[in-house]
Design a protein around this ligand. Structure first.
Ligand code: NAD
Ligand code: MN
Length: 356
């Protein structure tokens, strides 16, 4: 098997603490399932920016571009102006590497309390695909009439046929291997221009997939149904801003930020995809060894799947599932197990796992 090169960007705060456990889990899976993974670490983040004045220099970006995948921790530091690192690194790489799908599974895991009483794992297993390169997040213009009692501000959202269609097509591809249902989430009754483009494109792609059932849900109703009837959903496709909002709700339904995993995918593989936990650098708990590494390990599982190793990916997920019930509460000092111990236990579970 040929070597796959993974660029590791641990970043700031708890980023290095959680990615260290993800690397450990991947290495255990590599031994167990016969993969050949080579890690190259890049020290980007707050310190790098303070010392060099740059977030990600061109030559480093060119190095990253050659990797087979990127495993990312988190960036952000109280001493750095907000946005410098988040925009300059995370958002920049998503765009530079055309990672147009932001994939976030929402799944209940054993032993993790969900705020929704009585919700069972089989009732909550969906994947949200958020458009990751357009919408209100990219070079969107606006108009402002500043000052006085008649101030006005408008803000644009960019939606291209190509951008919308490629995201929707990925949703249908994914649904084919799942429960064969795709939901479009938008606010087409009010945002009539963008909504029309999304709905027409969705209907056209749906017509090519008669074996897949579809429906449409307004984003406000989605917030209701995600809590009251999550079993309605299999694959959800939506724009950048709505996706940002409903995936946080998804993380809450799942039982918290510490568990939420994500992939920034470039399905064409013209550039590497990047995998990261949904949480940030958590400066409030950094350095104490309390951070929950599950989100990072589950993101690494998405990475192994993307790299063509479904068995190893399942190994990581099963490892996390085996260890999670041993935790007490999920956050802070009550986590009941250190970050390091959690990683060791997951790696041990992977090494001892049997073929299924
Ligand atoms: P955060 O996700 O870092 O933390 C929110 C809360 O959740 C904190 O109380 C934190 O202690 C807790 N938490 C987060 N992850 C946890 C884990 N794995 N285990 C246990 N508890 C966990 O969000 P924030 O506080 O809003 O932001 C902190 C910094 O991170 C900011 O600079 C922000 O811009 C940055 N950020 C970066 C990314 C990214 O790199 N993709 C994403 C979000 C936020
Ligand atoms: Mn967000």
């Amino acid at each position: 098997m040929s070597t796959q090169r993974i660029a590791l960007v641990p970043g700031d705060g708890i980023g290095p603490e959680v990615t260290a456990q993800a690397v450990k889990a991947c290495d255990a899976a590599a031994r167990r399932f016969g993969l050949d993974l080579a890690w190259e670490e890049y020290e980007l983040g707050a310190d790098y920016w303070r010392i060099t004045g740059q977030v990600v220099p061109k030559d480093v970006e060119q190095e990253l571009a050659k990797a087979d995948a990127i495993l990312f921790g988190a960036v952000g530091d109280p001493s750095v102006p907000p946005g410098v690192l988040e925009r300059g690194l995370v958002i920049h790489l998503r765009t530079a590497f055309d990672q147009y799908v932001n994939l976030r599974p929402v799944k209940l895991l054993p032993g993790v309390p969900t705020p929704i009483e009585g919700l069972r794992p089989e009732q909550c297993d969906l994947v949200i695909l958020r458009e990751n390169t357009e919408g209100a997040y990219v070079g969107a213009g606006g108009f402002i009439h500043r000052g006085g009692p008649d101030e006005i501000a408008t803000q644009e959202s960019v939606n291209t046929r190509k951008g919308v269609e490629r995201l929707i097509r990925h949703g249908f591809r994914l649904a084919t291997g799942r429960r064969k249902h795709v939901t479009l989430v938008h606010k087409a009754n009010i945002l009539t221009y963008a909504g029309d483009l999304w709905q027409r494109t969705f209907e056209e792609v749906a017509a090519e997939h008669p074996d897949i059932t579809v429906d449409y849900v307004h984003v406000d109703a989605m917030c209701l149904y995600l809590v009251t009837q999550p079993e309605r959903f299999d694959v959800v496709v939506t724009d950048n801003l709505f996706g940002d909002i409903i995936t946080d709700l998804g993380a809450a339904v799942q039982g918290g930020l510490g568990l939420a995993a994500s992939g920034n995918l470039n399905p064409t593989c013209s550039a590497p995809s990047m995998f990261e936990p949904v949480h940030g650098s958590a400066p409030d708990i950094a350095g104490r060894g309390w951070a929950n590494p599950a989100g990072s390990i589950l993101s690494a599982a998405l990475m192994l799947e993307h790299l063509g190793h479904p068995e190893a990916a399942r190994g990581l997920e099963d490892g996390v599932k085996a260890v999670l019930p041993r935790l007490g509460a999920m956050r802070g000092p009550e986590m009941g197990m250190s970050t390091e111990d959690f990683g060791d236990a997951v790696a041990a579970a992977i090494s001892e796992s049997r073929c299924r």
